[in-house]
Every structure is written in C-alpha cells, then in structure tokens.
Design a protein around this ligand. Structure first.
Ligand code: PRP
Length: 206
C-alpha cells in the first residue's frame, strides 16, 4: 500500500478527484462519516485525511509516503521532503493586506498579524523593515479591523474575504498552489510507482 496524505477540505476534494481520475480511486472516501483512513486494496492506495498544515509533517516523518500540500505551507515550514510537481490546484497568493484607508507610517515598527510568521519575517527582512509578528491561527482579517495589527500577511484566493471586511491587497509576497510531495526514503523505495503517478498528473495538467 502507498499512504497518501490528503489535505482535508475543499482542496482535498479536488485532489482526490484528480487522483481518482488517473486510476487511484477509493470509493469509500465518499462515505459520510468521521473516518480518517480509507483504502482500496485493489489499486494499493490508502488515503489519510489530514489538516492541511499538518500534511508535510506526516510526509516528512514517513507516516505518509506522499501527499499534497500548499506551497504556502512549504514556504512557511520548509520540511525535508521532495517537491515533485505542481498540481495547478488551489492557486492563490500570499499577500500583505490592510484596511482600505491604511497609510503606512514608516517611522514605527509595523505590526503584522499572520499564520505565516516565517514567510512574513523573511519578506520584511528583505525589505529592511522592522516588524512585530502577531501569530494567529485563523480569521486573520479581524486583526487590523480591531487595531490588533497594522497589516496582515495571509492567503488571498478570490479576494472576497478582503472585500467583505474592507481590506485591500498592498503587496504580493508569493504565489502558492498545491504541490505533490514525497517522503525521501519512501521515494527511494517506491520510485517507479511514485514517478508513474507524477507522470499521470503531469499528463492531466497539460
Ligand atoms: C483563508 C485565508 C483567507 C481566505 C481567503 O482562510 O486565511 O481568510 O481563505 O480566501 P478568499 O480570497 O477566496 O476570500 P480559511 O478559509 O482557510 O480560514 P481561516 O480564516 O480560519 O484561516
């Protein structure tokens, strides 16, 4: 069996559809229950449903052989895994955003609320801008509305969340999309099988 770490949620659904369409289906995954492991002995796949920010941890430690994770997470956590291909799904940008009427005061330390402290620190270091990180875990857009921070560094996909909260993009920090990753030793032992999957994904993406 090959253990595949899928990010739970919207992206995971799209990734599963892609994998299913190239010969790695597992019908039981559609069962409406709280199970986290689904397997299809016929084609040798076992899907693990994992919180998106934890997928790379499971793959790095070998609990999953392969997985799919956003480039945003890879940039933030820099896991020791192989990044084998871009699935061209879950496309978005990591951006700096602020209230519509925001004007930067360059004389003060910039307060940055984010789920991505490492990405934010590296970005502002490259601009020689002194910042204070306020690490949050969700609903980041609330921080500048309530005066907890000046700006946020967060994912912008459709831009709806920003618009609905009277915020705007100030700068783009990085592009992100779903990446197919592999555990380094699993790749060595299953190179043929994994390369076959990568080939099929790339054919589908053309
Ligand atoms: C992400 C991100 C933004 C939103 C952007 O949040 O943090 O809030 O999606 O998407 P949009 O540009 O299409 O509106 P997520 O849904 O992961 O929830 P969270 O706020 O709990 O992080």
């Amino acid at each position: 069996m090959i253990n595949i770490a899928l990010p739970k949620g919207r992206l995971g659904d799209k990734v599963y559809e892609l994998f299913s369409s190239i010969g790695y289906d597992c019908k039981s995954i559609y069962e409406d229950n709280r199970k986290l492991v689904f397997e299809n002995k016929d084609n040798g796949v076992r899907y693990l449903l994992i919180k998106p920010s934890d997928v790379a941890i499971y793959v790095e430690y070998g609990a999953a052989d392969i997985g799919v994770v956003g480039k945003d997470v890879l940039l933030e956590t820099n896991p020791d895994v192989y990044e084998l291909c871009d699935l061209n799904l879950g496309k978005c940008h990591l951006c700096v955003a602020a209230p519509n009427d925001y004007v930067e005061n360059t004389g003060t330390v910039l307060r940055v609320a984010t789920k991505y402290p490492n990405v934010a620190k590296a970005y502002y270091r490259s601009k020689n801008r002194e910042i204070e990180i306020i690490k949050l875990n969700g609903s980041i857009e609330l921080a500048p509305i309530l005066g907890l921070s000046d700006v946020i560094v967060d994912i912008v996909e459709t831009g709806t969340t920003l618009v609905e909260n009277n915020l705007k993009v100030i700068e783009k920090v990085a592009y992100s999309s779903a990446r197919f990753i592999a555990n380094k030793s699993s790749f060595k032992f299953n190179e043929q099988k994994i390369n076959l999957m990568v080939g099929k994904i790339n054919d589908k993406n053309i």
